[in-house]
Design a protein around this ligand. Structure first.
Ligand code: NAD
Ligand code: UDP
Length: 312
């Protein structure tokens, strides 16, 4: 069955992959984005085609779009971008959530929230299960994002309990792939762009902090499975449990690009989580999902993307 699908943040990194997949499967897609960190370049192949509509709009301002499925992705995801205007980031998460949930209420749409592993903060249990309530510093520099996303989850569950809105909530762990911005500021894009330019690779702190990286096609597959199953609302962890240190990642990127870059140390930003790895038992059992793209393959695709982009 096909749907009329609204994707907020649809011109961003994950959003553009999601829009393409939804469109290619025959859905009518409306992409709403204010182009803060997204770009029309990301949806160039879709824009102007019948069944695809782009709307330049800010989710903090009210909007009225009829749809039966809503994916709410609008929110800058890179620390550099969400810390640029922290008050705006909090508004985007909270008012954006309310605005899509009101549409869900009005049109009886199913509403999906792109939440984040950041709701666990700097986790005190490892690896992270959905039942863990997190360790977030509410007054730190990451709080505009972490607490904004936590409040958005609260709103989703309250709209479900209070108004019967049909919700789905996923907690995404670090996702990477083509369509990330060159100046996105996140670790994989930074390291690849630095390596391809033979510039220093900037490892923050001693590089012993860990992350678990999931390729974007795996993440999008999980979104679609979560949206179309009828057994639970979430929250469900979506990520790749293959954990590695930031230093290991730097070495892998240098090896895979054949770069002459050197690793340099930069100060560790405050509240930078020391460890992160998802438990994905729920996703496996309830969605029949697990990541299938190995890191080497995903990195190769991402390196090829940036190589081409940097040559333009
Ligand atoms: P991104 O920055 O590439 O995409 C976000 C999109 O939202 C951009 O197109 C941006 O222009 C748009 N946007 C931002 N503020 C907006 C506003 N006020 N109104 C309308 N549009 C707005 O980031 P991404 O990595 O594609 O992340 C997409 C979603 O997934 C975000 O909600 C993010 O929090 C969540 N997420 C991503 C990751 C990850 O590793 N990529 C991890 C956890 C959660
Ligand atoms: N990081 C780094 N060098 C960079 C960018 C990031 O060492 O140029 C580190 C960062 O301190 C963090 C990890 O890589 O420990 C992942 O950072 P990212 O911004 O990609 O995502 P998040 O911290 O939100 O997981």
């Amino acid at each position: 069955m096909t749907h009329k699908v609204l994707v907020t943040g649809g011109a961003g990194f994950i959003g553009s992959h999601l829009c393409r997949r939804l469109f290619n499967e025959g859905n009518e897609v409306i992409c709403l984005d204010n182009l803060f960190t997204g770009s029309l370049e990301n949806i160039r192949d879709l824009n102007g085609r019948e069944g695809f509509t782009f709307i330049n709009h800010d989710v903090t301002e009210p909007f009225d779009i009829e749809a039966d499925r809503i994916f709410n992705l609008a929110c800058p995801a890179s620390p550099v971008h969400y810390q640029f205007d922290p008050v705006k980031t909090a508004k985007t998460s909270v008012l954006g959530a309310m605005n899509v949930l009101e549409l869900g209420r009005k049109y009886h749409a199913r509403v999906f929230q792109a939440s984040t592993s950041e709701v666990y903060g700097d986790p005190l249990i490892h690896p992270q299960t959905e039942s863990y309530r997190g360790n977030v510093n509410p007054i730190g520099i990451r709080a505009c994002y972490d607490e904004g996303k936590r409040m958005a989850e609260t709103l989703f569950f309250d709209y479900s309990r209070q108004y019967g809105v049909d919700i789905r909530v996923v907690r995404i762990f670090n996702t990477y792939g083509p369509a990330m911005l060159e100046n996105d500021g996140r670790v994989i894009s930074n390291f690849i762009v630095q390596a391809l330019n033979d510039e220093d690779i900037t490892v923050y702190g001693d590089g012993s902090q860990t992350r678990s990286f999931c390729y974007v096609s795996d993440t999008v597959e999980a979104f679609l499975r979560m949206m179309e199953q009828n057994s639970f609302a979430g929250p469900v962890n979506i990520g790749n449990p293959a954990e590695m240190t930031v230093l290991e990642l730097a070495e892998k990127v240098i090896a895979m690009t054949g770069s002459s870059s050197e690793i340099v140390r930069r100060p560790l930003p405050s509240d930078d989580p020391t460890r992160r790895k998802p438990v994905i038992t729920q996703a496996k059992e309830k969605l029949g999902w697990q990541p299938v793209v190995p890191l080497e393959q995903g990195l190769a695709e991402t390196i090829a993307y940036f190589r081409e982009k940097l040559q333009k």
